[in-house]
Design a protein around this ligand. Structure first.
Ligand code: PEP
Ligand code: MG
Length: 324
């Protein structure tokens, strides 16, 4: 039985009617990566690298970063790895970036918006990533993008760092560059990013927070923050359809990916991948195997037509989405 479980753990994610959905892991360290692959992760969908940068007096240097990214790629052993460039600011401040306090940090200088204010730090990460890319199929993604110019700015810096590495005869490899969809404006305007974005990943935590205008960490409004809001599914459906129309791979990370109640809807969306914590991987793969993707698509259509989150929850509770 244990062997059977082990086999199931390490099989690829499929629904009962053979729709593919890659089940990947969210990580913050090399140890997490090792544990994730032991738990049957098919890849890393989100490496939150800011965890290497916060909670200490100085940031990690290029060499330290390189060692870590390389170790994650080695643990992946050929499976895909998405590393997100550091996403500080908001709820994740760094002491050494002496930035003025903000009244609304979640609407302030966070994610990609921070990079021009600490450009040498960002460039050190780009160099470490370019060097690490020699060791496996690396994809890099950018947090909190709201305008195509931001991608252009990053691509320029990547080209400059490549020129530097080449001049120094340092080995490097080019990685796919993608972006998170976590600001509603970017999600609604996906097409405008396609010329510069190789892939997309939906950041369900922030996308929900910004779509519903609820601070995700404020307990007084926590009840407004809910994945059952029909507007979220309308937007998600539009995002996935558009991404695929433009031939782009699209995954989803953030807490929604690990919430079993919404797995039928995530399958119904037709995402390429969902990324969750290592301990949820096995359970999600088993649950996925029971689901019928055709019925899940039908359920998603009903959810998108619903008026309220109560209606959505009722639909989810009554849905017959398993293979008979
Ligand atoms: C998200 O917003 O869903 C996400 C994955 O990013 P973070 O939670 O790190 O802001
Ligand atoms: Mg986010």
């Amino acid at each position: 039985y244990r062997q059977q479980l082990q086999q199931q753990n390490h099989s690829a994610g499929y629904s009962a009617d053979r729709q593919r959905l890659e089940i990947a892991a969210n990580i913050t360290s090399v140890a997490d990566a090792v544990a994730a692959f032991q738990a049957g992760a098919e890849g890393i969908g989100l490496f939150r690298t800011e965890m290497l940068f916060i909670g200490q007096d100085t940031p990690p240097n290029e060499e330290t970063q390189y060692q870590i990214y390389r170790a994650v790629l080695q643990a992946a052993d050929g499976k895909p790895v998405i590393i997100r460039t550091f996403d500080m600011g908001g709820d994740k401040p760094a002491s050494y970036l002496t930035l003025p306090p903000e009244l609304n940090p979640f609407l302030g200088l966070r994610g990609i918006r921070l990079y021009p204010h600490c450009e040498s730090l960002f460039r050190s990460q780009l160099r470490a990533l370019l060097r690490a890319a020699c060791h496996g199929p690396l994809k890099v993604m950018l947090p909190m993008v709201s305008q195509p110019e931001e991608l252009h700015w990053v691509r320029q810096r990547i080209d400059e760092e490549i020129a530097e590495l080449r001049a120094a005869q340092q080995p490097y490899a080019v990685f796919a560059l993608g972006m998170m969809l976590e600001i509603p404006a970017a999600a609604l305007q996906l097409e405008a990013f396609c010329p510069q974005a190789d892939f997309f990943s939906i950041g369900s935590n922030d996308l929900t927070q910004y779509l519903l205008a609820v601070d995700r960490n404020n307990p007084r409004v926590a009840h407004y923050y809910h994945y059952a809001h029909p507007a979220l599914w309308l937007l998600l459906q539009q995002i996935v359809t558009q991404a695929h129309q433009h031939g782009r791979w699209i995954g989803l990370c953030g807490e929604l990916g690990g919430d079993p109640r919404f797995l039928p809807l995530l399958l119904g969306l037709g995402l390429d991948e969902i990324s969750l914590s290592a301990r949820q991987i096995s359970g999600h793969k088993s649950a996925l195997l029971q689901l019928h993707a055709g019925r899940c698509r039908q359920l998603l259509r009903q959810v998108c037509d619903a008026d309220s989150r109560e209606q959505v929850l009722t639909l989810l509770a009554a849905a017959e989405v398993s293979e008979p």
